[in-house]
Design a protein around this ligand. Structure first.
Ligand SMILES: [Zn+2]
Length: 373
């Protein structure tokens, strides 16, 4: 029996954190979350709670990488070989994996090891899976990611972006799927991440301690109740957890159908330009997060509110040039910039439409109309 995890829906406050995690659950390709906050602000509780909230997954029985029996294009080389040999897979259903990456983890422990000697002796590749294999289709959590070796963080972000773990040693290579939701946490007082690494986390949330005494009291009450009787506590939250899980699954289904307009894109572009954001990563993250948010809210089209909520999570770490000189990022300011960007986008659209009309008049599609007389 697995130990009970504190329910996601029982987390008091921290709305931005919960939203950032849920958006990644709706669109696991979004690119992860970095949670910044002091020790004891519930960062790891939230990450674990998300994994426990996610629906169980169907896996190929006997596969060390939890391959999805329903998606042959994502199979590992071992599953491909088994299928090619005519095997019909049995299916197991397992909880969504949660892997906690220890700070002391070596690169081999993370990516896995290729046994070259054995490969030379037997002629077969022998691969010992690492933590990335365990994390496939689950959640990979790195506590104190700012203290992890830069090279390892880089590697993890690469794999998270590609969805594949590729290992090569002395001309022998092995690869397996490694799609996971990357959640990092850090205490900024213990040193920051390099800006290049910061930018590669899709979303960043600053977790603040709750200031409302009633909310703090609620935190104490719930945590004590959970510690005393985890099963009983979970039973009280089961309905809420099930409802949110259903909502997530519906949102995943809906995601591909969510529409956005050219005006939405211009609004996002206007926003990132206004904040002088380098590169295009932020634009794409805002668009994807806005789409995920619309899906989560049960809508088929994104709205200005979706863009605003997405920008709130995607922009702060990308406009801070100098870590020692934090740029003030006020929500009111963001809302004002957003309105400006929307107005500008509408104007651009009208100009585009007008230009298209003129173009259409200049070059009519059919033969010249005869002058009516
Ligand atoms: Zn497999």
């Amino acid at each position: 029996m697995t130990t009970r995890v504190y329910p996601f829906t029982a987390i008091v406050g921290q709305e931005r954190l919960k939203r950032a995690l849920l958006l990644n659950a709706v669109d696991p390709g979004l690119g992860g979350v970095l949670i910044r906050g002091q020790r004891g602000s519930g960062k790891s509780t939230a990450a674990r709670a998300l994994a426990a909230l996610l629906p169980p997954i169907r896996v190929v029985r006997g596969c060390r990488f939890h391959c999805d029996p329903d998606r042959p294009t994502t199979w590992c080389s071992e599953c491909q070989a088994r299928a090619a040999a005519g095997e019909v897979f049995e299916v197991d259903v397992i909880p969504t994996p949660f892997v906690n990456l220890p700070l002391a983890a070596t690169e081999e422990r993370v990516v896995g090891t290729l046994d070259i000697e054995r490969a030379l002796q037997t002629g077969h590749r022998h691969f010992e899976p690492g933590l990335l294999a365990q994390a496939n289709r689950g959640v990979l959590y790195i506590d104190e990611v700012n203290l992890l070796d830069d090279h390892l963080v880089d590697l993890l972000l690469d794999v998270a972006a590609m969805g594949v773990n590729y290992v090569e040693r002395e001309g022998v290579s092995f690869q397996h799927p490694a799609r996971f939701i990357l959640i990092g946490s850090m205490n900024p007082e213990e040193g920051d991440l390099r800006p290049q690494l910061l930018d590669r986390f899709a979303l960043v949330v600053q977790v603040e301690g709750l200031t409302d005494p009633h909310q703090r009291a609620l935190v104490m009450e719930r945590h004590l109740a959970f510690e005393q009787d985890p099963e009983g506590f979970y039973a009280q939250w089961r309905a809420a957890e099930d409802a949110l899980r259903q909502r997530l699954m519906a949102a995943r289904e809906r995601l591909a159908r969510v529409q956005h307009t050219p005006e939405d894109l211009l609004t996002i572009a206007g926003l990132t330009t206004a904040y002088d954001v380098e590169g295009h990563r932020a634009d794409l993250v805002i668009l994807r997060a806005a789409r995920a948010n619309a899906a989560l809210e049960g809508r088929d089209a994104i709205t200005a509110k979706d863009i605003l909520l997405a920008a709130e999570l995607a922009l702060p770490h990308r406009i801070q040039r100098d870590p020692l000189e934090p740029v003030s990022f006020e929500l009111e300011d963001l809302a004002a910039q957003m309105e400006k960007a929307q107005r500008h986008a509408r104007r651009l659209r009208r100009m585009d439409d007008a230009a298209a009309q003129i173009q259409a008049k200049k070059a009519p599609p059919g033969p010249e109309p005869k002058p009516s007389r």
